[in-house]
Design a binder for this molecule. Structure first.
Ligand code: ARG
Ligand code: MN
Ligand code: MN
Ligand code: MN
Length: 307
């Protein structure tokens, strides 16, 4: 499979400017070159461009930059659906997490057309399960999972093409949930592997349980990796740091297991804010994690069976 890198300089999902520099930082950190060195065919499609804005409004006056986020949703959905249809593995270089409103929408359109179920792995400190009406901050990067799961209250948005049932959604790294998100999540059967679960069980057993379901269903798998999944001590370049995140090895192990599963069909890299980075260390760590996701191993002769 060829890899298509899609630059998505989305900065409309929150008020802490800087995520628009994410795609440039991934290029400076040599994401394409590192994937090429692993033996992949890589095409960098350049950055998506925001279309002319609508005058959309929301009854919740807190909601910020709705027309911009709607525009990005549309172009991302089209781009991801087109790359998947061409047989490519799209990697979206964000951009804040609002971009997942569009990227997962594109993946869902493609999966529905291909007659395959779409699964979602959400690697994040946050559940991002607000709707435009429930959000307190008004930052739409806190809403994509609710949209994807088919919650209502997205009246300004196009209807989500094929909502993903909760049983096909799995979250890892959760340690910040707002009260309205918590109440709504109780009505969904989403596997929420919060940091307590990872402390007690590690990443292997919960991830294996989820990947077994994807494989058994011949599913497609979209992975959405938020920088704040990682502990802020190793990944400072994000506007919404939360202490107690995934360690370096926990994160790499998740990526290595995903690679060995062979199941991932699309990937978001979100919330990198290069303005907050320290000599590029967060961008470099994200590029290294993508390397593990796409096949880099410490020692290639060791055969591990992960099923
Ligand atoms: N729950 C908070 C909010 O809605 C934080 C969301 C953070 N989301 C993210 N993608 N970093 O404002
Ligand atoms: Mn997020
Ligand atoms: Mn987050
Ligand atoms: Mn951000």
């Amino acid at each position: 499979t060829g890899i298509s890198l899609i630059g998505a300089p989305v900065d409309s999902g929150q008020r802490n400017r800087g995520c628009l520099m994410g795609p440039a930082a991934y290029r400076v950190a040599r994401l394409a070159e590192s994937l090429h060195d692993l033996g992949h065919q890589v095409r960098d499609l350049g950055d998506l461009v925001l279309p002319p804005l609508s005058g959309a409004t929301c009854t919740n006056p807190a909601v910020d930059q709705l027309p911009e986020t709607l525009g990005w949703t549309q172009v991302l959905s089209d781009s991801v659906a087109a790359e998947l249809s061409a047989g490519q593995l799209p990697i979206i270089m964000g951009g804040d997490h609002a971009l997942a409103l569009g990227s997962v929408s594109g993946a869902a359109r493609h999966a529905a057309a291909a007659g395959r179920p779409l699964f979602l792995l959400w690697l994040d400190a946050h559940t991002d399960f607000h709707t435009p009406l429930s959000t307190v901050s008004g930052n739409l990067h806190g809403t994509p999972v609710a949209y994807i799961a088919g919650r209502q209250d997205f009246d300004a948005f196009p209807p989500f093409p094929a909502p993903i049932p909760g049983e096909r959604i799995c979250m890892f790294g959760i340690r910040s949930v707002d009260p309205a998100e918590h109440a709504a999540l109780l009505k969904f059967d989403i596997a929420i592997n919060d940091m307590r679960v990872l402390d007690e069980q590690g990443v292997v057993a919960p991830l294996r349980a989820f990947l077994d379901k994807v494989r058994a269903a011949n599913g497609m798998l979209h992975v959405s990796l938020d920088v704040d999944f990682l502990d802020p001590s190793i990944a400072p370049a994000v506007g919404t740091t939360v202490p107690g995140g995934a360690t370096f090895r926990e994160a790499h192990l998740v990526c290595e297991l995903l690679h060995e599963s062979g199941l991932m069909t699309s990937l978001d890299l979100v919330e990198l804010n290069p303005f907050l980075d320290e000599r590029g260390r967060t961008a470099k760590l994200m590029v290294d994690l993508v390397g593990s996701l796409m096949g880099r191993k410490v020692f290639d002769r060791v055969t591990r069976s992960f099923t």
